[in-house]
Structures are given as structure tokens and as C-alpha cells.
Design a protein around this ligand. Structure first.
Ligand code: AHR
Length: 537
């Protein structure tokens, strides 16, 4: 009876909204959820919903910057459609200019009259021309325009600390100096606020190919000289490990021991890069070595159920990696003063590039939405240590929020997840116990069928984020919560449901409501392969 009531509720919501409810689905699985509202956790830092842009493919040029003379409607050179869409997400922070691009970037190339800026070759990403028309002013003004904090990634790989310190003076000082006068001549009187500064990026790889001990020493040396103007609080972010290779534990250990809080105090946050690859059922996700035989990749449109499971299994590895890193950080910093920033994450490496080039340029589908939601739930459960995360990449590459094609733009399923999850920005999380079956497929994967996070939003409402990983079975979710439940759900008829420039509304969130069962408890029929966010009032 309870099940029937729930089914009727969800079917009617779906038919009203025009979304596709599977007609011949097998019976829903039963899932029981207990949210413990008596145990609030540390606030979920809104910066976990951060973004990352790099001079790579069409991320910056075309995606954000078209120039003032473009026929594409723009605000001072920034695409208007993109700016409007990003503003709606209330993006808390954006990281720029890379990535590996940052490790070869000379900030002086990107200031002054655009026509006079040097043309370089972007040797990192395809040897394409880089005309530097998007530089320091364009980035910091863009961050201000969309209301995001600026996270500038410094070049510790190939630039001197002196040169980098000058960049900070140029950006953040108000006192008169040759550098601040130059900034004024270039059109900006007031200093910008640089809330976060990356002391290097992937120092174990493209950012200098350093071993851990050396990296810790170099971080200390650079950090000493890298300061924003007095009175301007700036978090220094040390380049931490990449967890897709063995040895990330040792790297974390050395950075914390040799440059952390009580020795050198070179950083207030340590970064982690963790990407989702295709994984085997028994694979330890943290030992996949990126640089070894090219990992298998799928096409973003048209993949199997095994691929679906494999990618989700890889995404869930984030939890294991954060647990391991947190345990090491706890030993050196039990009060958790040093934050963990996952300033690159996403499932780009799981996909073949549609362009056939080295650039991760591909469609974004319902599977990406699931990866995004699962990962954001993991971050929320680690709100004690994880204070920022930046998805790779914001536009036109990687796990994009937005895709553009000349004058056209579309919002991806990943965008819709970030939109729905806005309720969790600065929310207070609660522990959730989920009891129910695993979703298992024929190839040996077994994953928890439903993943749920709960938090009290800054508006005082209790929110649930629900992810159904099972691609073919809905879930009959009963909870210990009482009230009226309403929100949005994102799903689609196939695992690779996606938007196209000709059909940009194929997948978008639709209204979703719960029902009340015995004792007034809230219950849902959560569709197969779906992400939902609901408020309980
Ligand atoms: O953005 C993709 C690349 O992935 C970044 O440049 C690098 O830091 C990472 O390995």
C-alpha cells in the first residue's frame, strides 16, 4: 500500500513535468533511511561547489571569453549567456589559469593593452596559439562579475618567487608603487581580493617533477615570499598529491611533516587531485597509475551497464582517498587547521575525447550527473576537513557545466546537479544511515544502490540529496523524517541521456515530491538512475 502510494505520487509528478518514467521497470528496492538531526556536523563549506578553468581547448576562449567585438552577445567580452547561467549557480570560487598551464604561465604576458600582449604557444594543450587576451584583469573581473572568490594558481614550476610576489603586489596592493601604478594604467584602480593562492600545481608532475621532500622545501621557500597586501586574508594552498598514483600517502605525509602547520607553516590548505577512471570491480582506485598504458575510455554517448558501474565505482573511490589523507593530516594537525582542497576532480579521464585530440572534450550525460552528486555527497560527509573542491572543468572540457557552440549554449546534467545542490551551500550536515540492498551487475560490481546526504540549509530547511545508482530499478525510500517533502529530480530514459544544441532541454530537473506513510514519515519512490534534492518542511 505504502509502495503503491509512493508510486502514484512519483508517476504523477513525472507525467506532469513531461519526463520519462520507465514503464516496465522491475519492482523497486526497499531502502530505509535514518537521519540523526541530534548530531550536527561541521558546516559544509560552500567552496566545495567550486569551479576550475584552464587555458585548455575552448574552456576560456569561446567558453567564457569572446571579446568585446564578438557577434555573440557579451558583457565586456564575456559571453552573456554563460555569465547569466553561472550567476544562477552562485559559484563560490573559481580556480585559474590551470592546471598544468599555470606551471608555465607568465602573468606579465596577460596584462596591458590586448593588442600588445605577446603571442605564445600553449605547449601543454595542443601547441595552439595563446594570444593572452584573457589574463589577470580578465580573470579577476570575471570572478567579480559572477560573484565568485578568486583562486589564482601560481607557477612554482618555472617562475621565480620574486616574479610571483610581484604578481601578488600587482593584484592586491592599494599603496602606490610601480606595480600598482601599472595596474592603474591598465584600467584597475582598486586592488582585487585574491582569497586563495596556489603555491604550485601538481609539483610531482607538470609543476616541477619534484620528489616529496624537495617539493616541501620549495613550497616553504616560495610561500615565504607570497603574501597578499596586509589586511587581505589570503589562504595559501600547497600542491598536494595526485591520488591516481601509488605513493599519495607518502607525499601527504612529507608535506604535512616538512612544510605543515608546525614546521614552516607554508600553507593553510593542502590540495588533492583525484580523478575518476574506469575501474575493475576489485580495483583499488588509488593505485591506478595515470601514466601507464592508456586507461580504457568510453564514449560519452552509447556505453554499457558495466561501464556505468565501473565509472561510479571509480567515483566512490574519492571517499577512500579522503579517509586516508585525513588520517595522515590528523596526525600532524589534530585540530584540523589545515584544510583539504580537492582542487581538481571529475570523471574526464573515463571518456574518449570526441575531438579525437588530447583534449578532454566530450558530451556530458546522466552518468556524469551521478558522479557529480555522489562526489558532492562524499565531500559533505567530510566537511570537517574538506573545505574546497573545484570540478574539472567548468566549460567545454572535462565534466562541464556548460557547453558552447558558436552562439549556442547548453546546460549539462552536471550543471543541473550543481544547481539542485545549492541548498547545501554552507549547510549543516547530519549523519545518515542507509539500509538497503546493493546494486550488482553481471560483471561483478556491487555498489550501494542509494546514496543519501542530509543537511540543514541556511534557510532553516532540512534537505536530502538522494542518488539512485541502479540504472534499472527505482527505490522505495522510507525515512524517519516527518513533514512535507518537495524538490526536484533529474533522470532520463537512458544512462547516457544528455542535452544537445538542437535539443537542449532533453534532460533537466523536474518537480519531485514525497508522500507520508505511517506516522507521517516521509517516503519517496526514487526513479532508477536519478539524482534528487528535496526540502522537508
Ligand atoms: O585540467 C586538466 C589537467 O589535469 C590539469 O592541467 C592538471 O593539473 C591535471 O592533471
Amino acid at each position: 500500500m505504502k509502495l503503491l502510494k509512493n508510486l502514484v505520487a512519483v508517476m504523477s509528478v513525472f507525467s506532469v513535468a513531461g519526463a520519462t518514467a520507465a514503464q516496465n521497470e522491475p519492482a523497486p528496492i526497499a531502502v530505509a533511511v535514518t537521519v540523526d538531526t541530534s548530531k550536527p556536523g561541521p558546516q559544509i563549506d560552500r567552496h566545495i561547489f567550486g569551479q576550475f578553468i584552464e587555458h585548455l581547448g575552448r574552456v576560456v576562449y569561446d567558453g567564457i571569453w569572446v571579446g568585446e567585438k564578438s557577434a555573440i552577445p557579451n558583457i565586456l567580452g564575456y559571453r552573456k549567456d554563460v555569465v547569466d547561467a553561472l550567476k544562477k549557480l552562485h559559484i563560490p570560487v573559481i580556480r585559474w589559469p590551470g592546471g598544468c598551464f599555470a606551471d608555465q604561465y607568465d602573468w606579465r604576458d596577460g596584462i596591458g593593452p590586448r593588442a600588445m600582449r605577446p603571442q605564445r604557444i600553449n605547449v601543454l594543450w595542443g601547441n595552439v596559439p595563446e594570444d593572452n587576451s584573457f589574463g589577470t584583469h580578465e580573470f579577476l573581473n570575471f570572478a567579480e562579475l559572477i560573484g565568485a572568490d578568486a583562486y589564482v594558481s601560481g607557477n612554482m614550476g618555472s617562475m621565480t618567487p620574486h616574479h610571483m610576489a610581484e604578481w601578488l603586489e600587482y593584484m592586491t596592493y592599494s599603496q602606490k608603487s610601480s606595480l600598482t601604478d601599472e595596474r592603474r594604467r591598465n584600467g584597475r584602480d582598486k586592488p582585487w581580493q585574491v582569497r586563495y593562492f596556489g603555491v604550485g600545481n601538481e609539483v610531482w608532475g607538470c609543476g616541477g617533477d619534484m620528489r616529496a621532500e624537495y617539493a616541501a622545501d620549495v613550497t616553504r621557500r616560495y610561500s615565504l615570499y607570497l603574501n597578499a597586501a596586509p589586511g587581505q586574508e589570503m589562504i595559501k594552498v600547497a600542491s598536494g598529491p595526485g591520488a591516481n598514483a601509488a605513493g599519495y600517502e607518502a607525499f601527504t605525509e612529507v608535506m604535512m611533516r616538512n612544510a605543515g602547520l608546525f614546521v614552516g607553516n607554508a600553507f593553510q590548505a593542502l590540495s588533492l587531485h583525484y580523478y575518476t577512471f574506469l575501474t575493475a570491480p576489485d580495483e583499488n582506485v588509488a593505485t591506478i597509475v595515470k601514466d601507464q598504458p592508456p586507461p580504457a575510455q568510453i564514449s560519452a554517448v552509447g556505453f554499457s551497464r558495466t561501464d556505468w558501474s565501473s565509472v561510479l565505482h571509480g567515483a566512490m573511490g574519492m571517499d577512500q582517498v579522503i579517509n586516508t589523507m585525513s588520517a595522515i593530516m590528523d596526525r600532524y594537525d589534530p585540530k584540523k587547521s589545515v584544510a583539504l582542497f580537492i582542487d581538481e576532480w571529475g570523471d574526464a579521464p573515463a571518456y574518449k575525447s570526441e575531438a579525437g585530440a588530447i583534449l578532454p572534450d566530450h558530451q556530458n550525460n546522466l552518468l556524469d550527473a551521478e558522479v557529480a552528486a555522489l562526489t558532492l555527497n562524499i565531500f559533505q560527509r567530510h566537511s570537517d576537513r574538506v573545505k574546497m573542491a573545484n570540478i574539472t572543468l567548468m566549460i567545454n572540457a572535462g565534466q562541464s557545466m556548460i557547453l558552447t557552440n558558436k552562439e549556442k549554449m547548453l546546460l549539462t546534467p552536471t550543471y543541473h546537479v550543481f544547481d539542485m545542490y545549492q541548498a547545501f551551500q554552507d549547510a549543516t550536515p547530519f549523519p545518515v544511515a542507509v539500509s538497503g540492498p546493493h546494486y550488482a551487475d553481471d560483471s561483478g560490481f556491487s555498489l550501494p544502490a542509494v546514496d543519501i546526504a542530509a543537511a540543514r540549509g541556511v534557510d532553516g530547511k532540512l534537505y536530502l540529496a538522494l542518488v539512485n545508482l541502479d540504472p534499472s530499478r527505482s527505490a522505495d525510500v522510507s525515512t524517519n523524517l516527518v513533514g512535507a517533502a518537495h524538490g526536484k529530480v533529474l533522470s532520463g530514459p537512458s544512462m547516457d541521456t544528455h542535452n544537445t544544441f538542437d535539443a537542449p532541454q532533453t534532460i533537466h530537473p523536474v518537480p519531485f515530491a514525497g508522500t507520508n506513510i505511517g506516522g507521517g514519515n516521509v517516503a519517496f519512490i526514487l526513479p532508477a538512475k536519478s539524482v534528487a534534492v528535496v526540502a522537508i518542511e
